[in-house]
Design a protein around this ligand. Structure first.
Ligand SMILES: O=C(O)[C@H]1O[C@H](OP(=O)(O)OP(=O)(O)OC[C@H]2O[C@@H](n3ccc(=O)[nH]c3=O)[C@H](O)[C@@H]2O)[C@H](O)[C@@H](O)[C@H]1O
Length: 435
């Protein structure tokens, strides 16, 4: 077993335990008993599973999963669905993409857009419980309706990834699986190391050994600019002052990308996303939980920086981000290595994908108030020292030049679409629960 195999597969809110030498001694003495009971349990499980129908297991307990079908890992039905999902519909220039984090916010939108234009798409997601998994299941149901199969598994699972690459010849990987969130890194630091560092390395190990090697586009973050004060943030700026562990793991990811490009000839493009928002978004983000709390009449905390300074973000609408992701995939050159050996220099890129117009958080709240037609109970407080930075602002001229990236949605328009989705999604959920 490789060391990466030792990492538990689905962290979410799981926190790794600290082990000690004494614990290990006690553990070894009870190993024999444990082995006996494990063997007994395994026999029991095998009997039960052999008796049940082999392929289709629709979930009974979670209402959002009722329409979904999951296929037993590795079986013929599983492989059939994998191949169908990976099939390219367009006659020429289609690509076959593994989208990691496909049930996530950006992953869902990118997967749907790729499928719409005829590309082959396979999703991978561990469905962890960092935020309400029923939202991820609803996104999965949406993708399934357009013929996208999401494999349930973790990017740290070596065997699963090997199997996927054996069955499907991926031309591209869109790597969006990550532990997101700036403030949560203080609560559960190991989940960031697990997904954003160990998971990335594991994925790149598989990609470097694949034949052909895919080109990889992956999600970095605006947070790598950390405490920089020169604005707008440019890719040429130093990124050596991360303010959170989240930012530090994304910065580490950029360095790891450099290494795999240098040694193995992998084509790698990192996209620094700037506070992405929109329909099907992440409930841990401020615009999302502000909406929820305003509607409930609960007070919301609005952060301000030192000396009553404004905190602002370069909020970027999801459709603009999707266009940037697709353009990055389309302009990615092929990796130059094969079977783990570099054959020549390969492309290595980093782009800012922002909106270029920062908006104060208090203005975001005013827009939400107007659209929800409810006054917010504002509680303005000093920004806690929890990994947040006072402002972000993207210089996007590189992405404009190389990718033709041109964001077109202002915050007012984007939030209108988000609010419309939010009200319809959650009123639908209430109706379903009442039925
Ligand atoms: O660009 C990124 O790379 C990151 O974007 C996002 O981080 P942020 O820009 O911090 O977004 P988000 O948490 O929505 O806070 C928005 C604003 O509300 C302020 N904020 C927040 C909470 C609160 O209670 N009050 C408040 O004023 C807060 O100070 C901030 O000014 C992603 O979550 C992250 O995963 C990563 O992708």
């Amino acid at each position: 077993m490789s060391r990466l195999d030792d990492i538990p597969s689905s962290p979410g809110k799981f926190k790794m335990e600290k082990s000690s030498y004494f614990h290990r001694l006690r553990f070894q003495s009870s190993l024999t008993k444990f082995a006996f009971f494990s063997f007994f349990l395994l026999c029991l499980i095998s009997i039960l599973f052999l008796r049940s129908p082999p392929s289709v297991n629709p979930s009974q307990s979670d209402p959002s999963r009722r329409s979904l079908r999951t296929y037993s890992y590795g079986g013929p039905a599983w492989e059939k669905h994998l191949r169908a999902s990976a099939r390219i519909r367009t006659s020429n220039n289609g690509i076959t993409v593994l989208v990691t984090g496909a049930a996530g916010f950006v992953g869902t939108h990118v997967s749907a857009a790729l499928k719409r234009r005829g590309d082959g798409v396979i999703g991978l997601d561990n469905f962890n419980d960092y935020y309400d998994p029923s939202l991820k299941r609803a996104r999965q149901a949406l993708l399934e309706r357009s013929g996208i199969f999401i494999v349930e598994g973790d990017i740290n699972d070596v065997e699963l990834l090997r199997k996927l690459f054996k069955i499907v010849s991926f031309t591209h990987v869109m790597h969006l699986a990550a532990q997101a969130g700036v403030r949560y890194a203080m609560e559960n630091p190991s989940s960031y190391v697990h997904s954003n560092i160990a998971g990335l390395v594991n994925l790149l190990e598989i990609c470097k050994s694949a034949n052909p090697q895919p080109a990889i586009v992956w999600a970095s973050s605006s947070s790598v600019y950390g405490l920089n004060t020169k604005v707008p943030f440019s890719e040429k700026d130093k990124t050596d002052q991360p303010a959170s562990l989240y930012a530090a793991t994304k910065k580490a990811g950029e360095e790891i990308a450099h290494t795999y490009n240098h040694i193995y000839g992998l084509s790698l493009t990192g996209l620094r996303f700037f506070t992405v928002y929109g329909p099907w978004g992440r409930p841990d983000m401020a615009y999302f939980f502000f909406t929820k709390d305003i509607l409930k009449g609960k007070s919301i905390s609005i952060f301000e920086s030192a000396n009553h300074g404004t905190v602002a973000r370069d909020f970027t609408y999801i459709d603009d981000i999707v266009k940037g992701c697709l353009a990055a995939l389309d302009t990615a050159e092929k990796s130059t290595g094969s079977g783990g050996k570099k054959r020549g220099p390969a492309q290595l890129r980093v782009f800012n994908l922002g909106n270029t117009s920062p908006v104060p958080v208090s203005d975001l709240v005013s827009i939400l108030e107007r659209q929800l037609k409810v006054k917010a109970k504002r509680n303005v407080i000093k920004m806690p020292r929890n990994g947040d930075v006072p402002f972000t602002h993207a210089n996007i001229s590189l992405a404009q030049h190389e990718l033709g990236y041109k964001p077109t949605t202002d915050l007012q328009t984007g939030l209108k679409k988000f609010v419309r989705w939010y009200l319809s999604y959650y009123s639908g959920e209430k109706k379903a629960a009442a039925r």
